[in-house]
Design a protein around this ligand. Structure first.
Ligand code: ADP
Length: 260
């Protein structure tokens, strides 16, 4: 059981590690002059090539303002997930500059990246990655418990996040007792439990039936409209993209165009 739990932890929380650092301020960074007065994300000429020679990203530049809701769209294989992984500090560009929340990720050390993953970003995946042996509430509490916070302090906030996603009455349910949409809403509550400045969602409705997908989309739209966090959603679904006020379309590893 312990081995299973350890494997589950790393699958569910690839962005969680153990150390701490101080965020650098935007003023300390050398990334190009922002178009937006308050950019949370500044990416300049990002390139990512995999060892097999595949150029997943080529010269990608973009800015996202704090509290924006942006959809990144494009066909399968165009580099959306690769870009999301860079934005989440899960992977590094081969060249280019990427600053998120004031931290230049392209030159950040391990401690800075660890702090970034733990405190600045929350990630929602297509396949939920909930731990099956924990209740919905425990799953939502877990990231902050892993940070060493006491359960009595974490529990009320985790409960309020479950309430936010409309699952207050499912707090004691295990994942197998939840529908797909409820599991994804629990995963969204978990991603928000540490109040991240940036919420990334990778095909969040890709594994849901259309009714559940609509509920999850409505929830994401509500989270964005309340200004709780900056929201970047990767999707190949036109319906999902249509929910976002700004859409960036990728093609063959490049930004093809964008619309608002
Ligand atoms: P999308 O999310 O738009 O489907 P990805 O970012 O997953 O696209 O992939 C972009 C390209 O990089 C694809 O050609 C894909 O096959 C390739 N790719 C993705 N991950 C890896 C990897 N770990 N190793 C090698 N190639 C990869």
């Amino acid at each position: 059981m312990r081995e299973f739990r350890q494997a589950g932890f790393s699958a569910a929380f690839p962005h969680l590690r153990a150390d701490q650092y101080q965020l650098r301020t935007l003023e300390q960074t050398q990334v190009r002059k922002p178009h937006s007065p308050n950019p949370l994300i500044q990416a300049c000429s990002l390139t990512r090539r995999y060892p097999n020679g595949v150029a997943a990203l080529e010269e990608v530049s973009l800015e996202v303002a704090a509290n924006e809701f942006v959809a990144i769209t494009g066909p399968s294989g165009c580099g959306k997930s690769t870009l999301l992984h860079l934005l989440g500090g899960l992977d590094s560009p081969d060249s280019g500059e990427l600053t998120v929340g004031g931290l230049p990720l392209h030159s950040a050390g391990d401690k800075e990246l660890t702090h970034f993953r733990r405190h600045v970003v929350g990630i929602v995946f297509q396949f939920f990655h909930l731990l099956p042996t924990m209740t919905a509430l425990e799953n939502v509490m877990l990231p902050r418990l892993l940070h060493g916070e006491p359960p009595r302090e974490v529990r009320p906030h985790a409960a309020s996040m479950l309430e936010l996603v409309g699952l207050a009455d499912r707090a004691g349910h295990f994942p197998h007792q939840l529908s797909g949409g409820q599991m994804q809403r629990t995963a969204i509550a978990r991603a928000l439990v540490h109040s991240p400045a940036l919420l990334l969602a990778d095909e969040p409705t890709g594994n849901l039936d259309s009714a559940s997908a609509t509920q999850v989309l409505e929830l994401l739209r509500k989270i964005a409209s309340e200004g709780r966090t900056t929201l970047v959603v990767v999707t190949h679904s036109a319906e999902v993209a249509a929910m976002a006020p700004r859409r960036i379309r990728m093609q063959d590893g490049r930004v093809a165009d964008e619309s608002t």
